[in-house]
Design a protein around this ligand. Sequence first.
Ligand SMILES: [Zn+2]
Length: 55
Amino acid sequence: MMVLRLLAETLIHETVHAMIDKDHSHNAQWNQAQQQDIAFISTYAESHPFREDLA
Ligand SMILES: [Zn+2]
Protein backbone atom coordinates (compact mmCIF):
# COMPACT_ATOMS: atom_id res chain seq x y z
CA MET A 1 0.00 0.00 0.00
CA MET A 2 2.87 2.38 0.81
CA VAL A 3 4.35 1.77 -2.64
CA LEU A 4 1.05 2.73 -4.28
CA ARG A 5 0.88 5.93 -2.23
CA LEU A 6 4.45 6.85 -3.20
CA LEU A 7 3.68 6.12 -6.85
CA ALA A 8 0.53 8.29 -6.74
CA GLU A 9 2.39 11.17 -5.06
CA THR A 10 5.20 10.95 -7.62
CA LEU A 11 2.77 10.92 -10.55
CA ILE A 12 0.90 13.95 -9.19
CA HIS A 13 4.14 15.81 -8.45
CA GLU A 14 5.61 15.21 -11.90
CA THR A 15 2.30 15.98 -13.62
CA VAL A 16 2.27 19.40 -11.96
CA HIS A 17 5.77 20.02 -13.32
CA ALA A 18 4.73 18.92 -16.80
CA MET A 19 1.36 20.67 -16.98
CA ILE A 20 1.31 23.69 -14.63
CA ASP A 21 4.83 24.93 -13.85
CA LYS A 22 5.51 26.52 -17.23
CA ASP A 23 2.44 28.78 -17.13
CA HIS A 24 2.41 29.62 -13.43
CA SER A 25 5.95 29.67 -12.02
CA HIS A 26 6.64 33.01 -13.71
CA ASN A 27 3.10 34.41 -13.37
CA ALA A 28 3.17 37.80 -11.62
CA GLN A 29 0.07 37.08 -9.52
CA TRP A 30 1.44 33.71 -8.44
CA ASN A 31 4.80 35.25 -7.54
CA GLN A 32 3.08 38.00 -5.53
CA ALA A 33 0.92 35.49 -3.66
CA GLN A 34 4.00 33.36 -3.01
CA GLN A 35 5.83 36.33 -1.47
CA GLN A 36 2.83 37.24 0.71
CA ASP A 37 2.37 33.69 1.95
CA ILE A 38 3.95 32.92 5.29
CA ALA A 39 4.67 29.27 4.54
CA PHE A 40 5.53 26.76 1.85
CA ILE A 41 3.82 23.47 1.11
CA SER A 42 7.00 21.61 2.14
CA THR A 43 10.59 22.21 3.18
CA TYR A 44 11.56 21.03 -0.31
CA ALA A 45 9.40 23.82 -1.80
CA GLU A 46 10.93 26.33 0.60
CA SER A 47 14.42 25.32 -0.52
CA HIS A 48 13.43 25.57 -4.22
CA PRO A 49 10.61 28.15 -4.38
CA PHE A 50 10.77 28.76 -8.14
CA ARG A 51 10.59 25.14 -9.24
CA GLU A 52 8.93 23.17 -6.44
CA ASP A 53 6.31 25.40 -4.77
CA LEU A 54 3.52 24.37 -7.15
CA ALA A 55 4.28 20.67 -7.07
ZN1 LIG B 1 9.64 18.50 -8.32
